[in-house]
Design a protein around this ligand. Sequence first.
Ligand code: FAD
Length: 773
Amino acid sequence: GPKVVIIGAGIVGCALADELTARGWTEVTVLERGPLFVTGGSSSHAPGLVFQTNPSRTMARMAQYTVQKLAELDCFRSVGSLEVATTPERLAELHRRFGYGQSWGIGSAIVDPAECARLFPLLGKEEPSKVLGGLHVPTDGLALAVKACEFQAGRAVARGARFVGGAEVVEILQMGGRVVGARTTGGDYPAEIVVSCAGFWGPRIGELAGVPIPLLPMAHQYVHTGPVGAADDLPIVRHQDRDLYFRAHGDTLGIGSYLHEPMPVDLDDLPGGAHPSMMAFTPDTFAESWQAAGDLLPVLRATERTDGFNGVFSFTADGFPLLGESRELQGFWTAEAIWVTHSAGAAKAVAEWMVTGRPETDLHECDLNRFDPAQLAPAYVKERAIRSFVEVYDIIHPLDPPSVRELRVSPFYERQKELGAVFGEAAGWERPLWYAANPPQETSRDAWSARHWSSIAGTEARLTRENVALYDMTPLTRLHIEGPVDFLQGLTSGNVDRPVGTVIYTLLLDQAGGIRSDITVARLGEHRFQVGVNGPLDLDWLLRQAPANVTVRDITGGTCGVGLWGPKAREVVENLTDIDVTNQAFKYFQCREGFVGSVPVSMLRLSYVGELGWEIYTRADYGRQLWDTLWEAGRDHGLIAAGRHAFTSLRLEKGYRAWGVDMTTEDDPWQAGLGFAVSGDKREPADRKLTCLVLADPDAVPLGREPVYLDGQPVGHVTSAAFGHTIGAPIAYAWLPVNEPGTEVEIGYFDRRLRATVTAEPLFDPKHERLRR
Ligand code: FAD
């Protein structure tokens, strides 16, 4: 293997050295500024609570692997965990978390107040109990972080790795856009690969490398109590309603709190000495936490806090780690913003990625290159990271908007506001969810799935199918690619070498045939392509592989687009444009360039909603003119503006997949129902398949990640779901081992089981006649 330098001997650096050497890359040197292995970083002070349950399957997997590995190394105590609910909302949330466990294969149970008190007697026996119930995960527990550092480092050393303490990296050596080593206070270490595992010091290393590392160090309070009759076999406890967690240290407790004001840390203000990640304790900011802890555990009233500290660790804008290689500086990798909980799993994924070019686990949520440029701004990172601190234990709805708004708006924004648009957020974009200008419908829905939703979406869906609607497609990432077709031909699953004027739906596959993305390639000229992709990671993937004679440019922000879809779409546009839009001249999956009114456009005859129509793109400066021109012409044809909820409903009725939600690199095209996009060999899908379900009851709509049960056993999970307004029932897509239409299954939804039936897809217009007329 190549020479690798790892910066930092915290739990992540040690785990990575172990995982790399286990894969035969033995020329590994770990450079650590502090002493080994109580380095003074976060791992030296982490109380090591490991809760595996997570909405993200990837994060849950990383935690599961960490538990398994540390248990094998005798660095884990499976004392179990208990999350308690003191409000009905929290109890409902615990049911939802139980569902994640079922989806990802983490056994857990919802337990009653008596069982909570039995598992954790310090809750006391007050009647009535403050605790309404709990989530018990028997395999959770305590990681012994420093011991885990030592043991993993020991295995790496046995295979040839070196650990050097007291070696602070002060420069990243580079040549011609590649890393060539690291300079420390004690000398140079040549390397082909340098991995920053510097924890919350990451931004510093990033500065040395010239690579932005978007994380914010923050302090978090942790205290010890006097003796309260605790015992080492007590489960770890979370009291999310008051932002607290507890573990036993012998007969005393440790209490961690997120209840205090967020405390962002300037790296220049860290204490010197042996423990730079331990800031001085601020008793004032802990007073409320102590009170709240005593409210839950009355025994605390009889004791006092013995000591405490404000411990520093990393927060990111979206709560996910930063993993992967920089594109700007080749050979420079990061593995940062990782908890002890995910440390071994993250290290395994990064090691696989480095050694084989591909992690086995889908990492799109964690990829260092996932951000739009504005999301790298220190101000953005700070604002979002502080919000993640505040909300760390909050009950978050998948559609709750983030704190930073109006970061990216399309040229249609003002017009959308005039129509009463209610906006959601995606990748910094404001996206209309629905428009108050459209009338509501009679419907009933449970409160959770009705949040950030309106029955207006039903009207918008119906009017799209009956008349015509305008959808804002601007946030869809668009690339302009110029160069010989061989470039795209070599990277995609289908045949993109088709005549100018053709659009292809095709897949980017990784080395193992997993789906990296689904894209549309519009061949506007012999060497000119407009490519609709799934975000910055696709841009990254293409840029890394583009030869010198190919340019790849992100044109998303400089352009804009609408989807004009519905049976009357042709009537709206035919008198506005010089392009012949008859079905004979401009077929489905073709593209043309021309004008709409005075606006230069590219028109792609595609539709995610399964209706006649076009995506119409132009430069951002022409955007408002495009909107106004179409709007004016649409008046006589009943044109409406429609939002994201109608879009998703119509998309699922047509069975169109959304990458990152319905499928990822872990899935192959045949399993995902996308075999049609692969030229050449046909394969039968293996053991599991993305499957269409129709729910029996109309009043509850899953939101994704819920478990699916067959004969009472969890067998898969929901990906996308929405109410299908045309078919009149909720639709859910799910990964399942059984796909026989008619099979009855159940979807876990809070404490309910929703009945659903496997149904042949697509549910609407299976012959795609409406698209081709
Ligand atoms: P670190 O352990 O900080 O290691 C980074 C290393 O890089 C350090 O040793 C540092 O000295 C070294 N380094 C930095 N700059 C340089 C340089 N220029 N040259 C050489 N070396 C350098 N996580 C959980 O999972 N469960 C918990 O219960 C939990 N509780 C926590 C409670 C507190 C109070 C704190 C502070 C953290 C807690 N965490 C918890 C988070 C967890 O501790 C960290 O996320 C994790 O330890 C980070 O590991 P790391 O290896 O990335 O970073």
